[in-house]
Design a binder for this molecule. Structure first.
Ligand SMILES: [Zn+2]
Length: 244
């Protein structure tokens, strides 16, 4: 477990540091791994937690550095052109994450059978492959732009895994999609769905949404609010980006 975790984080640190084109990339990666081990010992936290914290802090510093250099450059993204939101394919180890990505407003599919090649399927869909398999982590590469694959630590909870995806790709939560099938939700007049609303909900809610794909009915109940609150905590810039 420790070995696989470090292989994954090595690839992730390498991908992150390459953005600022350091002179000695491998040295930088080794340093971050050593810092994580030292943090784990010093504060008696599991290595998985120490690696996650060092990763968050490094990601935040890389972002700051890139913002500073972009401010002095004139060849950045043209203003007012929003890039297409990425879509995602979760491999078998991350099926539950697809539901969370949909709640955050992103198109996400989950692989269902071991017979499908995840890399080939992601290419076919034009999706970023999400995996906890550290043997695939090197595929994150160091090329600029959207990666082909993101390695996600299996040691994190689903909502923290979602946070890693959003922050790695600098994405904001969007309008929620259907958690069951991933299709868009559309506002529907209350009177058209009255028969399907539980009487107690109908008394205090006036806004309803229908899934364009599976027809499931949604309203902003307590479950929705809880999800929204958790998503809020996983936005691109965490408030607590303190040096670990
Ligand atoms: Zn649906």
């Amino acid at each position: 477990m420790g070995e696989r975790l470090q292989t994954g984080y090595r690839a992730k640190f390498r991908w992150l540091l390459a953005k600022v084109r350091p002179r000695r990339l491998d040295f930088g990666v080794d340093l971050l791994i050593r810092r994580s081990r030292a943090l784990s010992e010093r504060e008696a936290v599991p290595l998985s937690e120490a690696l996650a914290r060092v990763y968050e802090f490094t990601r935040w510093r890389v972002k700051k550095r890139l913002e500073r250099t972009a401010a002095c450059r004139l060849d950045g993204q043209p203003l007012g052109v929003a890039p297409e939101p990425p879509r995602f394919l979760c491999d078998l180890s991350l099926g539950g994450l697809a539901r969370w990505l949909r709640a955050a407003g992103y198109e996400a599919d989950a692989l269902r059978s071991t017979g499908t090649d995840p890399v080939g399927e992601a290419r076919r869909l034009g999706a970023v492959l999400l995996t906890t398999d550290s043997r695939r982590a090197a595929r994150m590469g160091t090329a600029e732009g959207k990666p082909e694959l993101l390695w996600i630590p299996s040691s994190l909870s689903r909502v923290r895994q979602l946070g890693v995806v959003l922050r790695d790709l600098d994405l904001e939560p969007r309008e929620p999609r259907c958690m069951a099938c991933g299709a868009e939700l559309r506002t529907v007049p209350k009177r058209e769905v009255e028969a399907r609303i539980p009487p107690r909900t109908a008394r205090w809610k006036d806004e309803y949404f229908l899934c364009a794909g599976c027809g499931r009915l949604y309203w902003q109940g307590t479950h929705w609010q809880r999800i929204a609150a958790q998503l809020e905590g996983e936005r691109p810039l965490p408030a607590a980006a303190a040096r670990p």
